[in-house]
Design a protein around this ligand. Structure first.
Ligand SMILES: [Zn+2]
Ligand SMILES: [Zn+2]
Length: 337
């Protein structure tokens, strides 16, 4: 199966945290944490539809200005979600600049900032460039099962964790992975074309078998057309479970945190997890409410993830990254005693 979501750390492991998830065939991307984003080229920033912020310690939020600066003047909306108090932080950031330089005809870039509260409420406010980024509160919403983004093809779930302050971890999940069997399309006397996206869309939306779908394609430059029922066309598409990517950072190794992270990341294709400290320094890690490499590896194993990637290394181990990698892999392989 060709994966649709392509995640990658935006910095080396001693740099600021952040994972960029690109979506194949779609002009969109998601960003988890907005620390130093100097390594992200503008073309990637312009693909962003969503950004998620675990908490607003500087190394997770200082790249916000660059995102805004890159997107200004574009007819785009960026949805950005963080923990309790987040909307005020966004408001303060935007309030730090003077916004009189737009003209009425400029494209209206807007930010929708959301904060996810422990009581399950998602508060939201909009900040429009044309409105000098003045805060406009939107209606709040009750979130079910932590699902803070729910689209036809994808969902993003968040959980509240303890970093001595509230901190969010996230998992983005493709609901179903739909792959077209191209040979079957031609076997049926049809051709490849954008209509296959419509077919997939209809299947994702749970359309009925008698739904009529018109296939349009070009053969030797001539437009061909055929209408068939969804029931007959289903055999052209292979349905498999979607990908799942989890992002976890800045949490203490507490029973409550561990339990929530294991549930969130269960069976993920990728788990991006912080490993700032070696287990020899577990005491410092506990004081700072961070994980050790050993603890992170153990969580990865217990969540049964397919692979995990480490980041957010403490500068005290500069030149010793291998030790952090080895410690976590070892813990991920060990049986529990
Ligand atoms: Zn932090
Ligand atoms: Zn941090």
């Amino acid at each position: 199966m060709t994966p649709l979501m392509h995640p990658a750390l935006i910095n080396e492991p001693f740099g600021d945290p952040g994972v960029f998830v690109d979506f194949l065939h779609e002009k969109r991307a998601m960003l988890f944490d907005i620390g130093d984003v100097a390594n992200l080229p503008s073309r990637k920033i312009l693909r962003l539809t969503h950004a998620f912020v675990s908490h607003t310690h500087m190394d997770h939020f200082c790249g916000f200005d660059r995102l805004v600066k890159t997107m200004l003047g574009r007819p785009k909306q960026l949805k950005i979600t963080g923990p309790e108090g987040f909307i005020g932080k966004v408001e303060n950031k935007l309030g730090g600049y003077t916004w009189n330089l737009f003209d009425e005809s400029a494209a209206d870039f807007s930010i929708v900032a959301c904060e996810y509260h422990a009581d399950g409420m998602l508060h939201a406010a909009q900040f429009r460039f044309q409105n000098a980024f003045e805060r406009q509160d939107l209606t709040e919403q009750q979130v079910t099962d932590g699902v803070i983004v729910d689209e036809t093809a994808y969902s993003v779930r968040a959980v509240h964790l303890d970093h001595r302050i509230p901190c969010l971890a996230f998992a983005v999940e493709e609901k179903q992975h739909l792959n077209v069997w191209r040979n079957r399309v031609t076997d049926m006397g049809l051709g490849i074309g954008p209509w296959l996206q419509e077919l997939k869309q209809a299947m994702r939306q749970g359309a009925r078998d008698d739904t009529q779908i018109t296939a349009k394609w070009r053969s030797n430059g001539i437009l061909q057309e055929a209408t068939q029922s969804l029931g007959d066309l289903r055999q052209l598409v292979k349905v498999s479970p979607g990908q799942k990517i989890a992002y976890v950072t800045d949490i203490g190794f507490t029973p409550d945190n561990i339990e929530k992270v294991i549930l969130l990341a269960a069976d993920a294709d990728y788990l991006f997890i912080e490993t700032p400290f070696l287990h020899a320094d577990a005491e410092i890690a506990a004081r700072k409410m961070h994980l050790t490499a050993h603890q992170a590896g153990m969580i990865a194993r217990r969540a049964n993830v397919r692979r995990f990637e480490q980041f957010h290394f403490s500068s005290r181990y500069e030149g010793q990254a291998d030790r952090l990698y080895q410690e976590a892999s070892l813990a991920a392989q060990q049986d529990e005693h």
